[in-house]
Ligand binder design. Structure first.
Ligand SMILES: Cc1cc2nc3c(=O)[nH]c(=O)nc-3n(C[C@H](O)[C@H](O)[C@H](O)COP(=O)(O)O)c2cc1C
Length: 369
């Protein structure tokens, strides 16, 4: 019997129980059809990586047609996606593993070529400081309200498809984060300006989605929120602003908060918060008000135990791409047999077909052999 914390089950306030503390981190697969409908390859990829983790959080799925960020992205913006999403939920929900659909809108982090000639939209007409970024069109108020409705409709689709929850992707520079960021949000109406006003979109979005979940779900259904703790841009989100965000989110009927980090022990760039890793500050600030998911280069059971001193749950991403049986091997103390690197010959065996393989070449070149 494994007495590690990661092996313990975890129950959310609404009664949904995870059989252990590991979640598969949301990872874009770039495997869907051109219109966001899921492919057989994608279902196989998820099926291989479910079973052992407590829950799988899917790749970001776009809630609005003009929120698409890249080719091969999963879609949840139309009822045509329902059948495939139901199959996806079933392929994940094996051996008690729970399925969470990540909901997102790319905002300014996309290109007109991906949107078939349509200009990307964002809170303000400010280009991202990233290669190949384009000047977006500023959203009109009625379009902002429409996007909130799109997130709500996507939540209802997730419920109908049999998912156990949704995660709002407020991280990694996409639209939700763009509203909170003083770099991408220069609005002077109720949606921008002070930190409080830059939170308006998030507040209305979280209220709409949690209300929809409450009204539509007949089984325990969780709504989580993922955030990036700071930005490199100036102006940009700073760690003290993230603590404000967390404070406000703790007062919402959300079921968990999930940080997005490359390294779990990352230190803040903010001079006032450099005594300990960001996850420690975050966990202390949340102070048990909501379950907190940490993430970032977890490779061993000991890494997970360390992170679980500062979180209730832990997300693992890249290790599951290379080894779909990472959880059972770690839990059985067979870490020596974990596959950490992937060779081209193993791509098909591991279900890492075209899109995700290309993405991995950019995101984890050190682990491809
Ligand atoms: C191939 C790949 C795709 C990713 N796609 C997403 C995504 O769709 N949504 C998201 O929130 N994070 C995404 N991430 C970030 C991961 O969720 C995770 O935070 C990151 O990989 C660090 O965890 P790890 O070291 O365990 O892989 C992606 C990461 C990788 C490697």
């Amino acid at each position: 019997m494994n007495n590690k914390k990661y092996a313990q089950s975890f129950s959310f306030d609404n009664g949904l129980t995870l059989k252990n503390r590991f979640l598969m981190a949301p990872m874009t697969t770039k495997m869907s059809f051109y219109d966001g409908v899921i492919t057989e390859d994608e279902k196989r990829y998820y099926h291989m990586r479910s079973k052992e983790v407590g829950a799988v959080i899917t790749a970001a799925a776009n809630v609005s047609e003009n929120g698409k960020g890249w080719e091969g992205e999963l879609g949840v913006y139309d009822d045509k996606h329902l059948a495939g999403l139901s199959e996806l939920a079933s392929s994940i929900k094996v051996n008690g593993t729970k399925a969470v659909l990540q909901l997102y809108h790319g905002g300014r982090m996309t290109q007109a070529s991906v949107l078939k000639g349509v200009q990307p939209v964002a809170p303000s007409s400010v280009r991202a400081l990233r290669p190949n970024s384009e000047v977006p069109r500023e959203l009109k108020e009625k379009e902002i309200l429409r996007i909130i409705e799109d997130f709500k409709a996507a939540t209802v689709r997730a419920i109908k498809a049999g998912f156990d929850g949704v995660e709002l992707h407020g991280a990694n520079t996409y639209l939700i984060q763009q509203f909170f960021s003083p770099h991408s949000n220069r609005r002077t109406d109720q949606w921008g300006g002070s930190m409080e006003s830059r939170f308006t979109f998030i507040e209305k979005l979280v209220d709409a989605v949690t209300d929809a979940a409450k009204e539509e779900a007949s089984e325990p259904f969780i709504v989580g929120y993922r955030f990036s703790p700071e930005e490199i841009e100036t102006p940009g989100i700073r760690f003290n602003e993230t603590l404000f965000l967390i404070e406000r989110l703790c007062n919402k009927p959300l079921n968990y908060l999930h940080v997005s980090l490359r390294k779990s022990d990352q230190i803040s760039q903010h001079g006032a918060y450099q005594d300990k890793p960001m996850i420690t500050y975050l966990h202390e600030h949340i102070n048990g008000r909501m379950p907190f998911i940490a993430v970032g280069d977890i490779r061993t059971g000991e890494d997970a135990e360390t992170v679980l001193q500062d979180s209730e749950l832990v997300a693992v991403g890249r290790v599951l791409l290379a080894d779909p049986n990472w959880v059972s091997k770690v839990s059985a103390g067979k870490e020596a047999s974990v596959r950490y690197d992937v060779t081209e010959e193993e791509r098909d065996l591991l279900g890492l077909t075209n899109g995700v393989w290309g993405f991995m070449q950019g995101m984890m070149p050190d682990r491809l052999k």
